[in-house]
Design a protein around this ligand. Sequence first.
Ligand SMILES: *[C@@H]1O[C@H](CO)[C@@H](O)[C@H](O)[C@H]1NC(C)=O
Ligand SMILES: *[C@@H]1O[C@H](CO)[C@@H](O)[C@H](O)[C@H]1NC(C)=O
Ligand SMILES: *[C@@H]1O[C@H](CO)[C@@H](O)[C@H](O)[C@H]1NC(C)=O
Ligand SMILES: *[C@@H]1O[C@H](CO)[C@@H](O)[C@H](O)[C@H]1NC(C)=O
Ligand SMILES: *[C@@H]1O[C@H](CO)[C@@H](O)[C@H](O)[C@H]1NC(C)=O
Length: 486
Amino acid sequence: MRFTLLSILSLAVVSTTTAQGANSSELLVPTTNGPVLGHYAATAPASVREFLGIPYGAPPIGRLRFAPAAKPNPWIEPIDAGKFGPTCYNAMIPPELEIVAKPPLEDEDCLSINVWTPTKKRSKGPAAVLLWTYGGGFTFGGSFTPVYDGTNLVRDQQDVIVVSFNYRLAVFGYPGSRGLPAKQQNPGLLDVRSAVEWTRDNIAAFGGDPKRITLFGESAGGSATDTYLYYAKDDPIIAGAIMQSGTVSLTDIGVLGLPFGESWGNLTRLVDCGNQSAAQELECMRQVPAKYLRDTMSANNLTFTPAQDNGTVFSNYLSLLESGSRAKVPLLVGSNDQELLAVNNTAEAAATGSFSTLQTFTCPAAQTARYHARIAPTWQYRYFGAFPMRFGNFTMPGVASHGAEIPQVFGTYDPDGASEEQRDSSAYIQGAWAAFAKDPKQGLRKYAPNWPTYSRACKSLVRLTYNNQPGATFVYPESYEAGCSF
Ligand SMILES: *[C@@H]1O[C@H](CO)[C@@H](O)[C@H](O)[C@H]1NC(C)=O
Ligand SMILES: *[C@@H]1O[C@H](CO)[C@@H](O)[C@H](O)[C@H]1NC(C)=O
Ligand SMILES: *[C@@H]1O[C@H](CO)[C@@H](O)[C@H](O)[C@H]1NC(C)=O
Ligand SMILES: *[C@@H]1O[C@H](CO)[C@@H](O)[C@H](O)[C@H]1NC(C)=O
Ligand SMILES: *[C@@H]1O[C@H](CO)[C@@H](O)[C@H](O)[C@H]1NC(C)=O
C-alpha cells in the first residue's frame, strides 16, 4: 500500500499530537529506492522503531524467476512499512512446526527486509547491526516468524539494530537447472548478498553503522552465513558472523543435497516442461504459475537445496577452510547440547540422537572454529539451556534441542511461562551477541567474565546456560569433541 502526500501529512499531524510527543520524522526514512514510513513497535513504543516489508530486490518473477535479485523498482510516495511482506513460497514444513512456521501469506514477490532500530532519543551514536538469516532447511521459514521479532533485543540492548529478510526457498532459490549461467545456480544464497548490500547502503538512514554489520543465522541460516564467508570473501562487507547450529556442511551432499538437477528434472516433467533443451526447459518453467510449481513440488516430496556451482557453493570446503580461503572476519560459532532429540525413550534412540548431534552439528562447528581461529578472532559456544517451550496449547519439555537458543537470543520466549533463570540466561546471551556486534574483534574478550578466543590449548569453549545457570563457564574444546574424526 502506498500513502498519498495528504495522508502522510495527516499521519504526521496525528503522530505529533500523540501522548509520547515523539518526533514523527523519525518514522519517515529515505532509502536508496524510496521513502518508507514505519511505526513505533507495538510492545515497546518508547524504545523501538519498526519498519517492515521494505523491498530489497525487484520482484523475482517472470524472466527474473531463478535469477539473482535485481535492484528494487524505485518509488516516490512513502511506502507503508507497517507489516511483514509476503513470505517466499515454503515447501514441506514439518507437521510439528506448522503451528509456528506456517506463513500467513506467501508470494513469489517476497524479497523484503525488516528493521528494528532504537528511537532517536535513546540513541547515543550509530548502532551496530545484527542481520538475521532464518533457518528451515532452505525449503521453509520466513522473517515473519514471531520468535525472530527484533523488538526485544533492540529494546534491551543499547544501540543495536536488528535486521531480518526473506530469501528464496526450495525450487525458487535452488533450482539446479543446467540452463542457468555458471556460478548462479543458487539465487536464494545470492539473496543473502543482496540483503547485506541493502543494509550497507541504507542502514545509516535508520541510525545504523554500515561498518559494523554482523551476519547471523541458525540452522540453514547458519549454513547460508558460512557459505557467504566463502563466496563473498574478497568483499565481505560484514564485520563479523555468528553461526548458530549450522555450518556449510549442512549444504553438502549427503545431508540435505541430492545429485545435481535430479529434483529439477522430475519437476519439469511433472509440470510438462520436460524433454526439451535446458534453455527451453528453463524458459518453460518461468511461465508456470508459482503456486502450481510449489504445490507440485510439495505433493511429490521434491527437495531443492543449494547446488555446487563453484560460484556460490564450492566442492572443496574442507581445503578452503584449512587454507583460510574465506572472509577473515571475527566469528562466533556454536551448537546446542542435544540438537537432535531421541524419537523414543529407549537408550538406543538416545544414543542415535547424540551421535547425530555430534556428526551433524558439534563436529562441524568445532572444525570451523579450529581453522577459522587461525585467520580471525573466533569464539565457540555450546548452549545447554533446557527451558520448556510453549507453542499454542502444546508445551515442549525443556531440552537444548535444535533452535532452542533462538528465543533466548531474541528475548522472544514466552514471558508468562519463563523462570527467572530463563530470563537472566536470555539477557546474558543477548548481551554477548550485542557485544560481538558492537566490537567484533574485542567485544567478547571484554564481556564478563572475559570470553577467551578459541584455542585447543585452553579452556575456551563457552558453555552457555550450563545446568540452566545464566552466564558462561569454560572448558577445553575437546570436552565435547571426542568422537569427531578430525
Ligand atoms: C525422480 O523420479 C525418478 C523416476 O520416477 C525417481 O526414481 C526419483 O527418486 C525421483 N527423484 C526425486 C528426488 O524425487
Ligand atoms: C519424455 O520422453 C520420454 C522418453 O522418450 C517419454 O517416456 C516421456 O513420456 C516424455 N515426457 C514428456 C513430459 O513429454
Ligand atoms: C510424500 O511423503 C509423505 C510423508 O512421508 C508420504 O505420505 C507421501 O506418500 C509422499 N508422496 C510421494 C508422492 O512420494
Ligand atoms: C567445480 O569445480 C570442481 C573442482 O575444480 C570441478 O570438479 C567441478 O566439475 C566444478 N563444478 C561445476 C558445476 O562447475
Ligand atoms: C527407538 O529408536 C531406535 C533408534 O532410532 C529404533 O531403533 C527403535 O526401533 C525404536 N524403538 C521403538 C520402540 O520405537
